[in-house]
Design a protein around this ligand. Structure first.
Ligand SMILES: [Zn+2]
Length: 191
């Protein structure tokens, strides 16, 4: 998996699209959540713009983008989906909040008279740009897909296990998978 070209600032790691769907990749824009190494990839408008472009979603043109709206929605989605990925129950209020926000996003859709497909008007704000991500999260929750929701045991990024046998364990084999392999090799050679 290739790293996405986001400016890491002074941070040493890289960001990759590993989630398999936009709502999970959006939550994963925090690396090593709730640890000392925690890093926010959406701390600049430029990175946010690049991230939206990479997942194929429109982003407002204006230079003034309310990043706090992105961060608040990300926290809200993580509070519902992270427990589920860990095999725990999400709180009813977290699920209800997603349902409500997704309902608003759904209402804002229009049918394009030319292509006869649903679309959203070009987003004028970060909040409007979040619509497809909210609907994706609602879809994940209500389609049975949450059974395939996993967390990486090394870094806690979330992903949908799309393998046929449901055995995907790592966010990225080349990254966390090999880190684990080398650690186990080291432990073996020590004993
Ligand atoms: Zn990982």
């Amino acid at each position: 998996m290739d790293a996405l070209n986001l400016d890491p600032g002074s941070y040493g790691g890289t960001y990759k699209l590993v989630g398999g769907r936009p709502s999970l990749d959006f939550i994963n824009t925090v690396s090593w959540p709730e640890t000392e190494r925690e890093h926010d990839w959406l701390s600049s408008a430029e990175n946010a713009k690049r991230w939206f472009a990479a997942v194929g979603l429109p982003f407002p043109r204006s230079k003034e983008v309310d990043l706090s709206a992105l961060h608040a929605t990300r926290r809200m989605l993580a509070s519902a989906l992270r427990p589920l990925a860990h095999g725990e129950q999400a709180t009813a209020s977290a699920i209800a909040t997603i349902g409500k926000a997704a309902g608003h996003a759904y209402q804002a859709r229009l049918i394009d008279p030319q292509t006869l497909t649903w679309h959203w008007p070009a987003p004028r704000s970060a909040t409007e740009a979040l619509s497809p991500i909210l609907l994706d999260a609602a879809e994940l929750l209500t389609s049975g897909t949450h059974e395939r929701l996993r967390f990486c045991p090394s870094c806690d990024w979330l992903f949908e296990d799309q393998t046929r046998n449901g055995q995907r364990r790592w966010c990225d084999m080349a990254d966390c998978g090999s880190r684990d392999k080398s650690r186990r090799y080291y432990q073996r050679s020590k004993h």
